[in-house]
Design a binder for this molecule. Structure first.
Ligand SMILES: [Fe+2]
Ligand SMILES: [Fe+2]
Length: 292
């Protein structure tokens, strides 16, 4: 009984902080303008292109995504005009929105979280998810890409706004027989899935996106539902096994066999085989991804 009350108190405290985060976020006037242009009904390709070109860091990220081996573009994309043309209007809008969000919650690197590692893990999950979605002819690979990019957004949010809890979570997961997600629940009453989903909902993003992000470790919630959820789950597992970008928060995760069956796999060795193929492709391009 006492534990339940303690859990409730932790959840209430965490929820209170989450409800204030949108007020804490200091978005530069430029990024605010960018978000309002992206969400305006008259948003067009020319306006987006113009705004991206004013931000060199964003330009580099868009080019890096367009050149990611899994994004599936056959030619090298060296200019923003080219990227805009090949990636397409709707995809570009979603990618830029996701990149701004990831940037919003970026904190200073410290010994508990390195944002370059976080970025690499997010981009590899997004890229593998999109590629796998295409391979199984899932109808919307681009949505998988965005969900993959944002799936662990709760991690930098915890690092930035619940920093002392994050340190405790990190140490508990490192020292004890506890997964990172169990430690999150223990200290915050929430886990990184719920934290990201809470904020994505507060920004009125599509429900399918917040659900994919909000359940990406919850295997019971994904079977029988939209395949996007289980594809993001699998992509996250594969990205962790690829071993690029230190994603310590995912390292104790095991793959669920029922989800594999749901996605059409008959054995774990089939998954390992695909990881091997993707790994070779990622290694070729990983240097291009090493920024941020
Ligand atoms: Fe996660
Ligand atoms: Fe992950």
């Amino acid at each position: 009984m006492e534990i339940t009350q303690l859990e409730t108190n932790k959840r209430e405290k965490t929820k209170l902080i989450l409800s204030k985060i949108n007020n804490f976020v200091s978005l530069s006037p430029f990024k605010s303008e960018m978000l309002s242009v992206l969400n305006a009904p008259d948003c067009d390709m020319r306006k987006i292109r113009l705004l991206i070109s004013k931000d060199p860091a964003l330009t580099i990220k868009v080019l890096s995504i367009a050149n990611s081996p899994f994004y599936g573009l056959t030619r090298e994309v060296s200019t923003l005009d080219h990227a805009v043309l090949l990636v397409g209007f709707d995809n570009l809008k979603s990618i830029v929105t996701a990149l701004i969000m990831m940037d919003m919650f970026k904190n200073k690197n410290d010994s508990y979280l390195n944002h370059s590692d976080f970025w690499i893990h997010s981009l590899i999950t997004a890229s593998i998810g999109k590629r796998f979605a295409e391979d199984i002819e899932f109808e919307n690979p681009e949505k998988v890409f965005i969900a993959g990019l944002l799936h662990d957004l709760g991690i930098p949010i915890m690092h930035k706004y619940f920093h002392s809890d994050f340190i405790n979570i990190y140490k508990s997961a490192e020292d004890q027989d506890m997964s990172f997600i169990e430690a999150e629940k223990y200290y915050l009453g929430y886990d990184h899935q719920e934290i990201a989903a809470y904020l994505l909902n507060s920004w009125n993003l599509p429900e399918s996106l917040s659900e994919a992000v909000g359940n990406h470790h919850d295997t019971r919630a994904m079977i029988g539902k939209n395949k996007m959820y289980s594809i993001v789950y699998l992509a996250d597992y594969m990205a962790t096994r690829v071993g690029m970008g230190n994603c310590f928060w995912d390292e104790k995760n095991k793959i669920n066999e029922d989800v594999l069956k749901y996605l059409g796999f008959t054995s774990l060795s089939e998954v390992d085989h695909i990881i091997g193929i993707y790994n070779v492709m990622i290694e070729k391009e990983i240097n291009a991804l090493r920024f941020n």
